[in-house]
Write a protein that binds this ligand. Structure first.
Ligand SMILES: Nc1nc2c(c(=O)[nH]1)N[C@H]1C(S)=C(S)[C@@H](COP(=O)(O)OP(=O)(O)OC[C@H]3O[C@@H](n4cnc5c(=O)[nH]c(N)nc54)[C@H](O)[C@@H]3O)O[C@H]1N2
Ligand SMILES: Nc1nc2c(c(=O)[nH]1)N[C@H]1C(S)=C(S)[C@@H](COP(=O)(O)OP(=O)(O)OC[C@H]3O[C@@H](n4cnc5c(=O)[nH]c(N)nc54)[C@H](O)[C@@H]3O)O[C@H]1N2
Ligand code: SF4
Ligand SMILES: [Mo]
Length: 691
């Protein structure tokens, strides 16, 4: 008889509770946990694919060293000793900043990896720390910091009660939601329509999510900030702004009204390809709904005006009286509130230091990834000579990634901490294998604070790690202490190993619900702490740092339209950023990496469905298979990111056979929005021709 174990999937923000059948220390089957307090049985193909992930023959199971004769297995002691010696020598000779650190997206879904990466960051003491925020969340985190005074104050849409949801640049039918834990995106969004509510989708592509919505409007890439100003114009002009209700906690209302007055729908409509009448209608519907919430994600964050659009989403929710009320945009009350700690440590979170070559600002402790290659390539004091990557693949996930791949070869020393020898870690001198969260136990510190119900959930280890494999906390804390405080290691690795759980227990005990980790351990399906609670906080509607970027938007609106094609991204349910591509279960079936193009554009270019095409941007070119699709807005084409594994033929034996290019060979590291330094990865001007 197999053992049943319950744990949360940590692959995406959805936080599905899964049921694992375990026999002889191996996972035999995975299903959704029908009793899970948040997801109630939901699981997607990736969650089922966790079984293949853990047993993937290409997964690293021992530290390895790159030699002229290929990869050589080495022991942990040898690996730790060599890494410590090399990093110390480089920092002693060239200063702390000579060692760079890239901490990738999966770290956000594992408390042991997250805490380990923080300790390693502190031990390295380098200004050259990087993470995916500048490709992802930075515009929204910056906007929320400006509006709510706290970069961790992130409201989530109260989807279970809302009457009207406005989705901008999000495709939850593929991503399962982002910066919000929905448990079951499909069920929750479909329920809105089922109970008579509406969902309006703003996206240049009529995506899989459009089928769940009551209305879709195809927007010109980058147009969301202008659209939102057009909507605010209508709401103010028609007296639908809840002025009295918000006056006591919102600053800047008068100035906001004056600003919105300049953006009549008739002015912005032609520039964003959405008719003025549609802008008016969506604004009126939003304002008239009993409750409403706007929610914007990657499509707006990676756009030309990511911070402006992210700011205006918050503003729209606030001025319609939907902030902190049921059915609106609400602040979760998680069992562990890291906000107060972060605030105490925080203070200023932006521009405390700048990048050496291009003078771009730090945000929340990290520099924009777009400067990584130049910081490695450019000689002089402070040059990056050694790099550690932990759970990331910046060669595939950051702009001009192929150039970064070349720059890595000039490093004196590189370390990777990963399951795989991927396009980035394959350049490393030493790669350390990490255990998966299902092999160590996990608490999703971050996403539990962004769930659409207040829930608490501990995930115990489901199976043991492969013999001898350490987890991210063990690896990062060992390195950190060897670098800075080796004497602490003598206190005992047993205590050190348990430290993350002791910390979680402490956070729970001091949290709102006075829980203990033991309470969570005793509740395998999680603890439901109720629906989101109404709350109120002081808001700044017109933050100077964002207002300062409006003239750029005005110029964009006034500018003559280019006629070429604009490239946007796309996600697929069976893929996860740059990985999960080495699992046959997930990648088998039809090709999913084509360049999507509207038939009208293809006709004009004389291209037919299935043709191999060359896609060229200002910085690079790739080839892809063309697929004609009237889901695309004319003038807009789409490619998914995270592919381009062909160079890893020996170490990613399945992924390397996939026919998909590295889309970040086309994105430009110099294309940065000026507010927070985020990369503009959307709306890339490209030319397409037969290859
Ligand atoms: N299956 C799967 N799930 C994932 C991931 C994955 O790779 N695969 N990645 C995870 C991560 S790290 C994240 S951050 C989230 C992201 O989650 P989402 O934000 O939902 O990301 P996408 O699915 O890329 O949806 C972005 C949408 O924006 C549209 N878009 C592009 N440009 C514009 C524009 O200018 N304006 C508007 N309005 N729309 C635009 C695109 O057509 C696309 O449909 O997903 C997470 N979940
Ligand atoms: N053009 C374009 N570029 C994009 C995006 C886009 O939409 N368009 N999206 C951006 C976004 S939103 C993000 S978040 C980034 C993501 O980009 P990255 O930050 O590079 O993250 P991933 O691609 O998820 O990195 C996956 C690596 O982490 C390893 N890994 C997974 N789990 C663990 C773990 O628990 N421990 C360790 N040690 N390793 C682990 C995997 O084996 C894999 O090699 O990409 C960004 N890049
Ligand atoms: S939706 Fe996300 S959390 Fe749920 S099973 Fe799929 S990958 Fe895991
Ligand atoms: Mo992301």
């Amino acid at each position: 008889m197999p053992d049943l174990r319950f744990a949360t999937c940590n692959l995406c923000d959805s936080l599905c509770g899964l049921r694992f059948s375990v026999e002889d220390g191996r996972i035999e089957a995975i299903a959704g946990d029908a009793e899970d307090v948040l997801s109630a049985g939901h699981v997607c193909a990736k969650g089922v694919g966790l079984r293949e992930l853990l047993s993937d023959p290409d997964r690293l199971r021992t530290p390895v060293r790159r030699t002229a004769a290929g990869w050589q297995a080495i022991g942990w002691e040898e690996a730790f000793a060599e890494i410590t010696r090399k990093l110390k020598a480089i920092q002693r000779k060239h200063g702390r900043d000579a060692v760079g650190l890239y901490v990738g997206n999966p770290v956000a879904h594992s408390h042991r990896a997250a805490l380990g990466s923080q300790l390693l960051t502190a031990a390295l003491g380098t200004k050259n720390r990087f993470d995916p925020n500048s490709q992802d969340g930075a515009p929204r985190l910056f906007a929320c910091w400006q509006v709510y005074g706290d970069a961790l104050a992130l409201p989530v849409p109260d989807v279970d009660r809302t009457e009207f949801l406005l989705l901008l640049g999000a495709n939850p039918a593929a991503s399962n939601g982002s910066m919000v834990a929905l448990g079951d995106a499909r069920k929750r969004l479909k329920a809105i329509v089922k109970r008579g509510g509406r969902i309006v989708l703003i996206d240049p592509r009529r995506t899989e999510t459009a089928a769940w919505c009551t209305q879709h409007a195809a927007i010109r890439p980058g147009g969301d900030a202008a659209l939102l100003l057009g909507m605010l114009h209508v709401l103010f002009a028609e007296g639908r702004v809840a002025k009295d209700a918000i006056a006591s906690f919102a600053d800047g209302l008068v100035e906001l009204e004056a600003l919105a007055a300049r953006f009549a729908p008739e002015r912005v409509g032609p520039a964003i390809d959405i008719p003025a009448d549609t802008i008016r209608q969506v604004a009126r519907d939003f304002g008239a709904a009993g409750s409403a919430c706007a929610y914007g994600r990657i499509g707006i964050a990676q756009g030309e005006f990511g911070p402006l659009a992210s700011w205006l989403v918050e503003v729209l929710n606030i001025v319609t009286g939907n902030l902190g009320r049921a059915g609106g945009a609400m602040f979760p009350s998680p069992a562990t509130d890291i906000g107060p700690i972060a605030r105490r440590l925080g203070g200023k979170v932006f521009g405390r230091w700048r990048s050496r070559v291009r003078n771009l600002p730090e945000f929340l402790g990290s520099l924009p990834s777009a400067v990584l290659a130049e910081e490695i390539e450019t000689p002089g004091p402070g040059q990056i000579r050694a790099l550690i990557t932990m759970a990331g693949d910046p060669v595939l996930s950051t702009p001009n990634g192929d150039r970064l791949g070349r720059a890595l070869q000039g490093l004196a020393f590189q370390v990777g901490i990963d399951f795989y020898l991927n396009e980035t870690t394959r350049h490393a001198d030493i790669v350390l294998p990490a255990a998966h969260a299902l092999e160590t136990g996990n608490f999703d510190l971050l996403l539990l604070g962004l769930a659409v119900r207040n829930v608490a959930r501990w995930s115990p280890a489901v199976v043991p790690p492969p013999p001898g494999v350490l987890d991210d906390w063990q690896i990062a804390s060992e390195l950190a202490l060897r670098l800075r405080a080796p004497w602490l290691l003598r206190l005992g690795r047993r205590l050190l190993r348990r430290l993350p759980e002791l910390l979680i227990d402490g956070l729970l005990r001091f949290g709102k619900y006075r829980l203990r980790l033991a309470d969570l351990r005793a509740a395998p399906h999680g603890i439901d702490l109720g629906p989101l609670r109404p709350s109120r906080r002081q808001v700044q509607l017109m933050p100077a740092a964002l207002v300062a970027d409006l003239p750029r938007l005005e110029r964009w609106l006034a500018k003559e339209r280019e006629t070429g094609l604009l490239l946007i991204g796309r996600r697929h349910l069976r893929s996860n950023n740059s990985w999960m591509h080495n699992l046959d279960l997930l990648v088998k079936g039809p090709l999913r990496t084509q360049l999507l193009m509207h038939p009208v554009d293809a006709g004009r270019l004389g291209l037919e469905d299935g043709a191999r095409v060359r896609v060229r941007s200002g910085v690079g070119e790739v080839t892809a298979v063309l697929a004609l699709s009237d889901t695309m807005a004319p003038g807009v084409v789409s490619l998914p990111h995270g592919f381009g594994h062909s160079s890893a033929a020996e170490t990613l034996r399945i992924a390397s056979k996939l026919d998909g290019p590295n889309v970040n060979a086309l994105t430009d590291r110099l294309r940065i929005e000026p507010v927070v330094g985020a990369s503009i990865l959307g709306g890339v001007a490209v030319e397409v021709e037969r290859a």
